[in-house]
Design a binder for this molecule. Structure first.
Ligand code: SAH
Length: 395
């Protein structure tokens, strides 16, 4: 028998969990004084109102998502060996999916470690610990990482706003080793640099790997503009694929420094131009100057950060699609993406279509995609798919 404290599901509320969903919301739990008093992130045994033991999870009284299930085994020992087992399974999957050791190693619920994200850059790993349950498990996670990967450095990028919903503070620190300057990575055979100290999110957006490869196939012989280039992901792969010329735009100087360094690493500096500018203003300027491109890439930051910005954000995507479509030469290609969690694929596609119509452009969707398979989804939480990417040819 487990010695974990029990959290009891309210009567009639266990169905979703039984059907495979990994969460219990706070209104689905019997909030007894004992339950309320559990420390945030405590390991608990989940029992239904009839006393049946349904699994082992973490509990946080401060979060709307009160229980996150770690295992359907009610007697599961949750320790560093448990975490190491999950890491090994995730590692075996990634080694099958991605040739270079640069990928998202753990994607939360889908890798059975709810609340944990781990990105791998060879022997450097970057973690995002997003729940109190995972924060409490952090010592075991670090031990398990040592057992499975023996990384030279571990960076904790625990500065996501979602931590606030869990009652956690936000911090960024190195838990092991040192990280001197940007770390190298290879994606689709092209070399890049990611800054884990000052970079955004976890330093590199692994989620676009397959989309970058697809766009690169369209680029040979064409002029390309990559708006919101960040560290040059789309731009440098386009240049390496044989683009005639590449313009990479970002408003951040440090991002453009990484992008330019990536171009140099791959010997394509001569093909690339790096422009520090606000993307919308730059698009307007280029349109006024009658410049057009064979491939236009638009992969901006999330325009919709919360439900209240939805209407304004959708308008932003429409405007982005309009300006970007106008920049595409006849027969050229448009890649446009949204990483806004609150924007559905249908709503995004509709705004892109409306933007194209406003630009007076017709065309066809060649590919509609999300994040790569190293960002798997839990089958019961498909709404956690945040990335939407459309590639179109315009007439
Ligand atoms: N396309 C990139 C990821 C983009 S991340 C990739 O493939 O990895 C978003 C980038 O947009 C950041 O580098 C940020 O500096 C830049 N950015 C945000 N708002 C901007 C704006 N209004 N104009 C230009 N760049 C912007």
């Amino acid at each position: 028998m487990t010695s974990l404290p029990a959290v009891r599901i309210a009567q009639g509320m266990s169905r979703r969990l039984r059907r495979g969903h990994p969460w219990l919301f706070s209104n689905e739990i019997e909030m007894t004084p004992d339950t309320r008093a559990l420390p945030p992130g405590a390991l608990v045994s989940v029992v239904d109102s009839g006393g049946e033991r349904l699994g082992t999870g973490t509990f946080n009284v401060h979060s709307l998502i009160s229980v996150r299930l770690l295992s359907r085994d009610p007697d599961q020992a949750v320790d560093s060996a448990f975490v190491a087992g999950r890491l090994r399974a995730a590692l075996a999957l990634r080694e099958r999916l991605v040739p270079a050791p640069h990928y998202r190693l753990i994607h939360s619920e889908a890798d059975n470690l709810p609340g944990l994200v781990v990105d791998r850059y060879g022997d450097v790993v970057a973690c995002q610990v997003n729940t109190a349950g995972m924060e409490a498990l952090l010592p075991d996670i670090l031990t398990a990482l040592d057992d499975v990967l023996a990384p030279s450095a571990v960076v904790l990028q625990n500065d996501s706003p979602v931590r606030t919903l869990e009652g956690l503070d936000r911090y960024h620190r190195i838990a092991k080793g040192t990280v001197e300057g940007p770390v190298p990575l290879t994606e689709n055979g092209v070399r890049f640099l990611a800054d884990l100290n000052e970079g955004q999110k976890t330093g590199w957006f692994h989620d676009q790997r397959d989309n970058r490869a697809f766009v690169a196939r369209l680029c040979p012989g064409r002029t390309v503009i990559d708006l919101f280039t960040y560290a040059g992901g789309f731009a440098v792969q386009a240049a390496c694929a044989g683009a005639a010329a590449v313009t990479a735009v970002d408003r951040s100087e440090s991002a453009l420094t990484l992008a330019a360094a990536a171009a140099a690493l791959n010997g394509v500096t001569g093909l690339c131009r790096f422009v520090r500018a606000e993307a919308f203003a730059e698009m307007e300027r280029l349109l006024a100057a009658k410049e057009r491109f064979g491939v236009v890439v638009c992969d901006p930051p999330a325009f919709v950060k919360g439900r209240k910005d939805l209407a304004a954000g959708l308008k932003g995507y429409r405007k982005l699609a309009r300006l970007a479509a106008e920049l595409v030469e006849p027969g050229g290609f448009l890649f446009i993406a949204s990483c806004s969690h609150h924007v559905s694929p249908e709503a995004f596609a509709e705004e892109v279509a409306r933007g194209m119509a406003l630009a007076g452009r017709s065309g066809r969707i060649l590919r509609s995609a999300g994040a790569g398979p190293d960002h798997p989804l839990h089958p019961a939480v498909p709404e956690s798919a945040y990335l939407k990417a459309l590639t179109l040819q315009l007439d």
